[in-house]
Design a protein around this ligand. Structure first.
Ligand code: NBY
Length: 832
């Protein structure tokens, strides 16, 4: 038995040091780890040494629970969720693990007693940025909730050596810097050099007959690389359950390597090694697919193949025959990025395990479920048949065969409807032939879901309508959620304490519906005063950080109006900057006028190749430069761009926001999750009827939400009537003045061309209808200002927002997946 040392050791001091949760045990553990792992005395330890010693101290306590969980899962043959995702945007581990272990206070006290700066130790951690935005962060929230909800699970993904780039702002422009998160070592992962699988690419296929005379296919690849596992334990909050996040690193195949060495080709062998390692080298920094990137397809196949081989190995080792594979595992595909898994499982079952098509297909279809995250047609992933064939010839054959059988079914059901057949085919035939990954995912899955109610409806009626006609029962909604541990307890401890005090206990942390207790205190002046103090303190913290990192000073007494998310035209950061420009012009024209003072805070990264998104960042910084230095404005408006919006910086932002901007064009944002994070921290939302905004408004009440803008239907009508942004510009003098001010060169040192690509695009195309919603947005901002003038009213609304956010815990989302989609029950692991 691989029980950890403590249970068996006869040395009580040692036992205590590795697993004990008291202040004394933590102090001893820290000193031991500093000495035995970092090889340092306290006198000469660097800040990084101190962080590592603290991290190992937390990790020891996770490992103890992890082994217990593994034993329980193994002996009970537990049904297991495998969450396949190309991204896991985890954020810093240390404080989150201390919270989930329940030892934050003891750790803080231990640090104080040893004369260590606890916050400085936390700050030292470099976050693993293995994701782009919402999709990757959702996977991380789900890992936290899977463990907290006691669902046995494995997260499978890629251990990118370079995660999402670090963003710097130079002369107002975004500049990308490489993210070297592994440079100083990663104390949270455990390398598993023996858990390693070959991954094959290229070559050709052959037909042959097996011993029983059955026709079989053999794939003769021309490249083989290895995937090696790195495991990170993920502990749930206040439970003994620890799940596994298993990320794959690409390495040169050992067998390939030996071959090359044997023929004396030393340089060739080293070259092959470098080439193999590029596969997990870097995360693609796009939040939409980039066409034709062979390395990206290789990455997808790489982690999918390793993960499925690992699952088959686990199944054969524990349960037995593969016929029961779909009873043991359910595999959730996080978008189409892992959808090659459908073809790869078929290949493994048939070519490697000798199964026939029908039983293999039956298992495959019972194993997978697929989550869609986008409605934008340009963001639906496709791969050219040529590239697909060159890298994965065997999988293309399998895709063709799945398609042949599938289209027969469609023809049978919809006699004579050949245009439907063409629409539904896994292969798009117009132009260069392409494989439609979403169609592969739907055909190969037993459940398909969208990520908010509106989005799931639109999935059924637009992009996947034909599939919904065929299999209505396959379609589900599971509205996204976020983890209240990281986004409330970890990032906003003052608010968490206040809530615990007002609610009477801290059970809300695992049962977020209990926040409803706050409702009856929403009008209590004393609670309101404390609520306001908590918000102001968070704003002070943010102001200090922003001053140190950007030089811009904010007054914590003014409204913090925050827009932070990836930069994309559909998210309409430019709508917000038009409002900023409007406020500025009003002040200039009428200096004496009463205006609610605001600090506009922006944050977010743009894909490095997305020119317009980067130009919008430049515009924000240019507007900030002018406004912040205009003495006539006298501090009533300030604009600041927070560089490098990532999980760590998000945690500084959410607690400090008064107003949360969720202003995408209706029908474009699948769900949004930042909207939930802001609202949970007491920000009021100004937003459109898009994504999860709709449900947030339903929950908090229409009177506690600032709604503006066209509905999905109105957007459609306007588009089909022929949308003419130019007419709107000419019909609204204020709008015209705002755009003209940009064109005038005021924000670009007289250069009237710098922002022209943006203004021209708005005036003549405006695909996301910024101009159409401009007036409604300004009017709504007026209502925001009016409420702000009445602090008691604002505080009441803020308290009610938090009180009614229970639905948006990722625990609720995970329970819905578990019950409706995965058919899996919680399996508690005792906490000793
Ligand atoms: O997923 C986001 C949606 O835009 C957002 O509305 C939703 O709340 C969130 C979670 O469901 N999508 C997203 O973040 N997508 C990506 O980051 C992404 C990354 C890579 C690629 C495509 C999308 N890619 O094809 O490479």
């Amino acid at each position: 038995m691989s029980t950890p040392a403590p249970a068996e050791t006869s040395d009580p001091v040692r036992e205590h040091t590795r697993t004990g949760l008291s202040k004394a045990a933590l102090m001893q553990a820290y000193i031991d780890n500093l000495f035995y792992i970092q090889g340092r005395f306290r006198e000469v330890a660097t800040p990084h040494d101190r962080y590592m010693a603290a991290a190992f101290t937390a990790r020891d306590r996770l490992l103890d629970r992890w082994l217990k969980s593994a034993q329980v899962f193994k002996t009970t043959h537990a049904r297991t969720v495998c969450y396949l995702s190309a991204e896991f945007l985890l954020g810093p581990h240390l404080l989150n693990n201390l919270v989930n272990l329940g030892i934050t206070r003891a750790s803080r006290e231990a640090a104080t007693e040893m004369d260590l700066d606890f916050n400085a130790i936390l700050e030292e951690e470099e976050e693993p940025g293995l994701g782009n935005g919402g999709l990757g962060r959702l996977a991380a929230c789900f890992m936290d909730s899977l463990s907290t909800c006691q669902i046995p699970a494995i997260g499978y993904g890629i251990r990118y050596e370079f995660g999402i780039f670090d963003q710097a702002i130079e002369d107002g422009w975004q500049v990308e810097k490489s993210d070297t998160w592994l440079r100083n070592g990663n104390p949270w992962e455990i390398p598993r050099p023996k858990i390693r699988f070959p991954v094959l690419y290229g070559g050709y296929t052959q037909s042959y007959q097996d011993q029983d005379g059955r026709a079989r296919t053999r794939w003769v690849p021309d490249q083989e690389i290895d995937g090696m596992a790195y495991d990170t334990p993920v502990l749930g909050y206040g439970v003994g359950n620890v799940n596994l996040l298993r990320l794959w690193k690409a390495e040169a195949s050992q067998s390939f390597d030996f071959q090359a060495f044997n023929v004396g080709d030393y340089y060739g062998a080293v070259h092959a090694k470098i080439e193999a390692e590029t596969i997990s080298k870097v995360l693609y920094p796009n939040d939409e697919p980039e066409a034709g990137k062979a390395l990206r397809l290789k990455q997808q196949f790489f982690f999918v193949s390793c993960s499925l081989q690992d699952m088959i190995r686990l199944h054969l080792n524990t349960v037995g025959p593969l016929e029961t594979f779909a009873d043991k595992f359910v595999v959730q595909l996080n978008d189409t990025h892992p959808s090659l898994a459908v073809a790869e499982l078929m290949r493994l079952l048939m070519d490697e395990q000798g199964m026939e098509w029908e039983p293999a297909w039956d298992i495959t279809r019972r194993t997978f479920c697929y989550t869609n995250h986008t409605l934008l047609p340009e963001a639906l992933e496709t791969w050219s048949v040529n590239l697909f064939e060159r890298l994965l010839p065997r999988h293309l054959e399998i895709v063709y065969e799945i398609n042949r059988r599938f289209l027969d079914e469609v023809r049978m059901r919809f006699l004579g409807d050949e245009s439907r057949v063409a629409r539904m085919s896994l292969i798009a035939e117009e132009g260069v032939r392409r494989v439609r990954m979403a169609h592969l995912a739907v055909v190969g899955s037993r459940a398909v879901n969208g990520v908010a109610a509106l989005h799931s409806e639109l999935v059924k009626t637009t992009i996947l309508k034909d599939f919904h006609d065929l299999w209505p029962e396959k379609f589900h909604n599971v509205t996204n959620g976020v983890t209240p541990r990281r986004f409330m307890v970890v990032s906003n401890p003052r608010l968490a304490h206040l809530i615990t005090e007002v609610c009477g206990d801290d059970r809300w942390i695992r049962d977020l519906g209990r926040l409803r207790e706050l409702e009856s205190h929403a009008d209590d002046p004393e609670v309101q005063a404390r609520w306001r103090q908590v918000k102001t303190a968070a704003k002070q913290d943010l102001a200090v950080w922003l001053r140190q990192n950007t030089g811009v000073e904010l007054n914590p007494a003014v409204m913090f109006d925050v827009l932070a998310k990836r930069f994309h035209e559909y998210k309409r950061q430019h709508l917000s900057i038009l409002h900023v420009i409007r406020c500025y012009q009003r002040l200039k024209q009428n200096p004496g006028q009463e205006m609610v003072p605001r600090a506009f805070v922006f944050g977010g990264k743009a894909a490095p190749g997305y020119y317009l998104a980067k130009l919008i960042i430049k515009l924000i910084n240019s507007v900030a430069e002018v406004i912040n230095h205009d003495p006539q404005v006298n501090g009533s408006i300030r604009v600041v761009f927070m560089p490098d919006f990532n999980v760590k910086n998000g945690q500084r932002l959410y607690p400090a926001a008064d107003l949360s901007e969720q202003i995408s064009l209706a029908g474009k944002e699948a769900s949004g999750t930042g909207n939930m994070k802001f609202s949970m921290n007491g920000a009021l939302t100004i937003g459109t009827l898009d994504g999860a905004n709709v449900e947030i408004r339903e929950e908090v009440g229409a009177e506690n939400f600032f709604l503006f803008g066209m509905t999905v239907d109105e957007v459609r009508q306007k588009q089909s009537a022929g949308y003419r942004p130019w007419d709107i510009y000419n019909g609204d003098p204020e709008l015209k003045a705002d755009i003209d001010l940009i064109s005038s060169g005021l924000f670009s040192y007289g250069d009237t061309n710098l922002f022209r690509p943006l203004t021209d695009h708005l005036l003549h195309q405006d695909p996301f209808m910024v101009l159409a919603d401009y007036r409604a947005y300004l009017d709504c901002q007026e209502r925001v200002g009016a409420v702000w003038r009445d602090p008691a009213q604002w505080d009441r609304m803020s308290i009610l927002n938090v009180a009614r956010m229970g639905k948006f815990s990722s625990d609720r989302a995970i329970r819905e997946y578990a019950e409706r989609i995965w058919q899996i029950e919680p399996l508690p692991v005792a906490l000793n």
